[in-house]
Write a protein that binds this ligand. Structure first.
Ligand code: UDP
Ligand code: MG
Length: 317
């Protein structure tokens, strides 16, 4: 028997979940008809939702489905990355798919992904959006900038437009689980562990119900998370800038000394002095801030707090 797990992080998804389960059931039935040795499980993770997501879990799990349902519910909102980690950890499948509850990751793609992973010797079939249609142009611009910068300064390839919808072998899932860091930038983590990856592209689909949990500011913070998590280049840039400033300072000093000795006009030049002080003061604050970012991340990792806390789960029932 081959078990396929679908791991779904859910934050306020009471409206989408039923539709999602129906669609997954349709797809699972189709796949089991074609290959009777397949079986399915659905792992639902409630990421501290404030709506009825948890009660929908409970309703769904008493109904008849072509898959078994296991669920866990966090004690509060820990974020999608933590929910994904918890779901992967709870999953038992030989193959594991991670997907959103809002149908932006269409379950109907699963048969194709499964065919590729079993027939073509890949460990991972991942998806990415083929365009950024329907997105505000400003956001697309910053997104592109982010990917350009991070791919320059990081050894880990971060694919533009990659979604979190993927099908992985157990081997890869275990590798991802071994990275138990708290700063979880999953686009980086899935790429860092390596393995042969096949990319499928599809057009962006609007979510069926509810609202996206991302706004511009949260995306901005997430991008910093990605840079700090997968590159130490900003630290190096800070020290190079420091060296450059010191060299310029020495040159200036020599010029000023010579001028003072030859012409004796040491007083003039208040505006230029102020400019230099302000510029250097600003740069120092900026670089201290960058060091602070890494220090903060280190602090959080060192504390070693759990990635998530489970409030309830289907194992208690
Ligand atoms: N999600 C989560 N915890 C959060 C935010 C989101 O588990 O704190 C889940 C959400 O329920 C959905 C998936 O992550 O299944 C993707 O979220 P969303 O659709 O808001 O993001 P988008 O598709 O717009 O990138
Ligand atoms: Mg979505």
């Amino acid at each position: 028997m081959t078990l396929i797990s679908a791991v779904v992080p859910c934050f306020n998804e009471e409206e989408s979940l039923g539709l999602f389960a129906d669609e997954l059931a349709r797809v699972a039935n189709g796949m089991m008809e074609a290959d009777p040795s397949l079986s399915f499980e659905l792992v639902l993770v409630d990421d501290g939702s404030s709506d009825g997501t948890l009660s929908v879990f409970k309703q769904l799990s008493v109904q008849q489905w072509p898959f078994t349902i296991r669920w866990l519910s966090f004690s509060r909102n820990f974020g999608k990355e933590a929910a994904l980690y918890a779901g992967l950890k709870a999953s038992r499948g030989d193959y594991v798919a991670t997907m959103d509850a809002d149908m932006q990751d269409p379950p109907s793609l699963l048969p194709k992904m499964y065919a590729i992973i079993t027939e073509e010797d890949f460990d991972n079939v991942a998806t990415k959006r083929s365009d950024r249609k329907g997105e505000p142009p400003i956001r697309s611009f910053f997104a592109r900038m982010f990917y350009r910068i991070i791919n320059k300064i990081s050894d880990t390839e971060i694919v533009d437009g990659a979604r979190d919808y993927r099908l992985m072998t157990r081997k890869m899932v275990n590798a991802v689980l071994a990275l138990s860091e708290r700063n979880r930038f999953s686009k980086g983590i899935f790429s860092w562990v390596g393995f042969r990856t096949k990319w499928l592209e599809y057009e962006n689909i609007e979510r069926v119900a509810g609202e996206s949990k991302w706004n511009f500011f949260s995306l901005f913070l997430y991008s910093i998370e990605g840079i700090v998590g997968f590159s130490t280049a900003p630290l190096a840039i800070a020290s190079y800038a420091g060296v450059l400033c010191s060299v310029i300072a020495v040159v200036f000093l020599v010029i000023i000394l010579i001028r003072a000795l030859l012409f004796g006009d040491a007083v003039a030049g208040w505006p230029s002095t102020m400019s230099v002080i302000l510029l250097l003061g600003g740069l120092q604050m900026l670089f201290l801030g960058i060091i602070g970012q890494y220090l903060a991340k280190t602090y959080i990792e060192v504390k070693g707090r759990p990635l998530f806390i489970i409030g309830q789960s289907s194992d208690d029932e």
